[in-house]
Write a protein that binds this ligand. Structure first.
Ligand SMILES: [Zn+2]
Length: 426
């Protein structure tokens, strides 16, 4: 009961902040930051930087490997990496178990690069997370809502959202999706939350009339949602998709009523590391003012964000035009002057998808500094050649001539891995 009361109090707090306009007031955020820095001074790692008197911008920029390397000294609850890892790994094998050390939940995440991250979340932080999720994603209502949630592992973080008004039902994506269909039909959820690759499979099942659910809200999480997948899912379910940008590092952004994702700048500090001279694309550097058990301070993500400046909803929070794969999804080739050219994945995706209407699926894998493997799924034989010539055109525009594209007859991605269509293995 105490936990639910916490959620309710946080939810009232969030609504109140917005009602009186505090959520976007600069002085209020500065106060929050001041309190936060005071709190994380309990972390050995941050105490060594004297966080209170030093400037925020003097604090080191984090990345996953630095974060894991300093796991023991960063967290404020005295949990060692070894202790947390052993517990999380055991829980992962058992699948139905939510590991806790005291009141701290331990979770493992699988990164696209294969390295694992580990996160610690306290009871209070979980309650806040749920409150923000209800506020931004689920929507508060007095009517009972049934939620179907597809995810990798049944973490305590998600488990905590059960209540009388909200019934969360978990579907493990490691189990063949076919075996979930009957349960989904019986449940008939109001809200469906899953990553795009799962939503695509469900949309196909719905098209084949095996799946009969008609949710009033569908939320895409965890992976990059491409425009072509979005269109397909929306046309089958006859509903506008909502998006949540969420990762191990926190609940980062969610869509407004106009479909634009906005960063949760009421509890996040978002800095930008620009990747191009025109300053249109950046890596976000995140500070999460909720996370005190394992402070997430100036943590640079590999995702590539394209900014959207004037959303019609009028939100002051930073808008997102597009989230692209990971940094390792950039194709890098040399031009005629031997300069390295970085080609963003959305350019590759666009070239392939727009080349031929019959293309159902595709994957481009860079194998070394000049060789690429291309997989095209299509009814038409010639789709492959059309896609190749579209890519050639893109490369030649960059003055790249020294490359080869090889045909890949088959490519299967594993559900449970993050789906990527542009992969750089070089
Ligand atoms: Zn908006």
């Amino acid at each position: 009961m105490f936990f639910k009361l916490k959620i309710l109090l946080f939810l009232i707090g969030i609504k109140l902040e917005r009602f009186i306009g505090l959520h976007s007031a600069l002085w209020y955020k500065k106060l929050k930051i001041f309190i936060y820095l005071k709190r994380i001074n309990h972390s050995k790692f941050y105490a060594s930087f004297d966080v209170i008197s030093s400037k925020f911008l003097d604090l080191p920029i984090m990345n996953k490997s630095l974060f894991m390397k300093n796991f023991d000294s960063i967290n404020t609850c005295g949990i060692s990496y070894k202790q947390a890892f052993e517990l999380a790994e055991k829980a992962e094998q058992l699948r139905d178990f939510s590991p806790m050390i005291g009141e701290v939940a331990v979770g493992l995440s699988t990164g696209t690069s294969g390295n694992r991250g580990m996160f610690l979340v306290s009871d209070t932080e979980r309650a806040k997370w749920v409150a923000y999720m209800i506020d931004r994603v689920v929507g508060f209502s007095l009517k009972k809502k049934t939620i179907a949630f597809f995810l990798r592992a049944n973490n305590q973080l998600y488990e905590s959202s059960k209540s009388k008004r909200l019934s969360f039902n978990f579907f493990d994506i490691y189990i063949n999706i076919d075996s979930h269909i009957d349960r989904l039909n019986a449940l008939s959820p109001d809200i469906l939350i899953a990553q795009p690759s799962v939503l695509m499979i469900l949309a196909k099942k719905k098209k084949a009339k095996e799946l009969r659910i008609q949710p009033t809200k569908i939320v895409s999480v965890a992976e990059v949602l491409t425009q072509e997948d979005r269109k397909f899912i929306e046309s089958i379910f006859e509903i506008k998709l909502s998006e949540v940008y969420q990762c191990t590092e926190g609940f980062l952004a969610s869509s407004c009523s106009y479909g634009t994702m906005h960063f949760n700048e009421d509890f996040l500090i978002v800095e930008k590391r620009y990747l191009d001279e025109e300053k249109t694309k950046f890596h976000p550097i995140i500070t999460d003012l909720i996370r005190k058990t394992q402070p997430v301070v100036r943590y640079e993500l590999n995702d590539i964000i394209t900014e959207k400046s004037d959303c019609k909803c009028g939100s002051k929070f930073l808008g997102i035009e597009n989230v692209e794969g990971r940094s390792d999804d950039i194709i890098i080739l040399a031009d005629i002057n031997q300069n390295k050219v970085r080609i963003f994945p959305d350019i590759i995706r666009r070239a392939i998808v727009l080349s031929c209407q019959s293309i159902e699926d595709y994957t481009l894998i860079q194998k070394n500094n000049k060789s690429l493997n291309l997989y095209i799924k299509s009814e038409l034989e010639q789709s492959y050649l059309v896609a190749v010539s579209a890519l050639e055109k893109v490369f030649i525009n960059y003055n790249i001539v020294d490359f080869e594209i090889n045909k890949l007859e088959n490519y299967r991605f594993k559900i449970g891995n993050k789906k990527r269509r542009v992969i750089n293995e070089s």
